[in-house]
Design a protein around this ligand. Structure first.
Ligand SMILES: NC(=O)c1ccc[n+]([C@@H]2O[C@H](COP(=O)([O-])OP(=O)(O)OC[C@H]3O[C@@H](n4cnc5c(N)ncnc54)[C@H](OP(=O)(O)O)[C@@H]3O)[C@@H](O)[C@H]2O)c1
Length: 313
């Protein structure tokens, strides 16, 4: 039996519940790839899953292997796969119901795998799928953001936010971005037109009217954002609860919560933007053995860009 190392939990709880163990290497179906993982992205959903908050929603229970973002090399291609072969460098978002990237090998549907951007190493590539697709799907699929519109991005310096700033700027929107003092220059450097230090001012005093709010925080930040929206504007949130109808009606605006999903064509387009130099992930890497420290760090809610676990140098 072929085995591999994987980071797993057998019971919900803190980072100490995560263990590196030897498990059976997955077996692929005809339309799947077995990928030798070089790097895995770390996302807030990982610690929320570890603590059991999303158990009912995601539909799986311990034991499970973490991780939705991966970059690696095809080890084996299923019998029906034509577009990839062993040795091809790929990156992918795994479906939310089927994590497994914090491991030496992972299974990816060939239809959801994309050739890795040439201009990034595996750590850089693993930083992209979940956060960039969330930003893309929120801004373009849900909000329909267009050139000339004004977009307010909350938590703009984080994983999703720093892609959203770059996509908003690329499409020609006026990007207003919130963060703490230490991240303001960073936001300017990635294309924000207007930055707001939420530790120094109330963002609603500086933002002005906007067509789109990207809400990556929910709670009070969301509540204070409604009055900023222009009539028929839209607030897109990545977090529950579902925005109440009263708010939409009171402000004559639209609102939606979104859930990211794998999308090969979108990820290919994002890879092209990266290779053309227009979009760049900001990455902080952790060696595989430091998976607990990486989880403790993402759980602070104050990281810049993306955290990544380097599984194979
Ligand atoms: N629905 C979905 O499909 C989906 C997909 C992806 C993510 N999400 C969720 O969306 C949220 C954002 O994800 P993420 O990966 O971007 O998180 P993240 O990387 O952990 O976000 C961290 C950022 O949040 C900023 N921040 C914290 N409090 C803030 C405040 N009051 N105002 C402005 N910025 C603030 C921090 O900036 P400072 O350090 O400067 O404070 C930091 O840069 C998470 O809750 C995640 O679970 C949902």
């Amino acid at each position: 039996m072929a085995t591999m190392k994987a980071v797993r939990v057998h019971a919900y709880g803190g980072a100490e519940k995560m263990i590196l163990e030897e498990v059976e290497r997955p077996v692929i179906a005809a339309d799947e790839l077995l990928v030798r993982v070089h790097a895995a992205g770390i996302n807030p959903v990982d610690w929320k899953t570890r603590e059991g908050y999303l158990a009912d929603f995601l539909g799986f229970k311990p034991p499970f292997t973490f991780g939705y973002d991966l970059s690696g090399v095809v080890e084996q291609a299923g019998a029906a796969v034509e577009e990839f072969q062993p040795g091809d460098p790929v990156f992918a978002l795994l479906p939310l119901s089927r994590p497994g990237a914090y491991a030496e090998f992972a299974v990816v549907k060939a239809a959801e795998a994309v050739s890795k951007p040439d201009s990034l190493d595996h750590a850089g590539s693993a930083a992209v799928p979940l956060a960039a697709l969330t930003a893309w799907q929120s801004l373009f699929d849900v909000a329909g953001l267009q050139s000339g519109q004004r977009v307010l991005i909350h938590a703009a310096a984080g994983g999703v936010g720093h892609f959203a700033v770059q996509f908003g700027s690329w499409v020609g929107a006026h990007v207003i971005a919130t963060a703490s003092t230490a991240n303001l220059d960073f936001l300017r450097s990635i294309g924000a037109h207007q930055v707001i230090d939420y530790t120094a001012v109330r963002f609603e005093e500086e933002a002005g009217e906007v067509d789109v709010v990207l809400d990556l925080l929910s709670g009070e930040t969301r509540e204070r954002s409604w009055p900023l929206l222009r009539k028929h504007g839209i607030l897109v949130s990545t977090l529950p609860p579902e925005p109440p109808a009263e708010m939409r009606e009171a402000y004559h605006v639209r609102a939606a919560t979104m859930l990211v999903k794998p999308d090969r064509l979108q990820l290919e387009e994002i890879a092209q933007l990266i290779d053309s130099g227009r979009v760049r992930p900001t990455v902080q890497s952790y060696p595989f053995a430091e998976f607990r420290q990486a989880h403790q760090r993402i759980q602070t809610g104050h990281t810049r860009g993306k955290l990544v676990l380097v599984i194979r140098e």
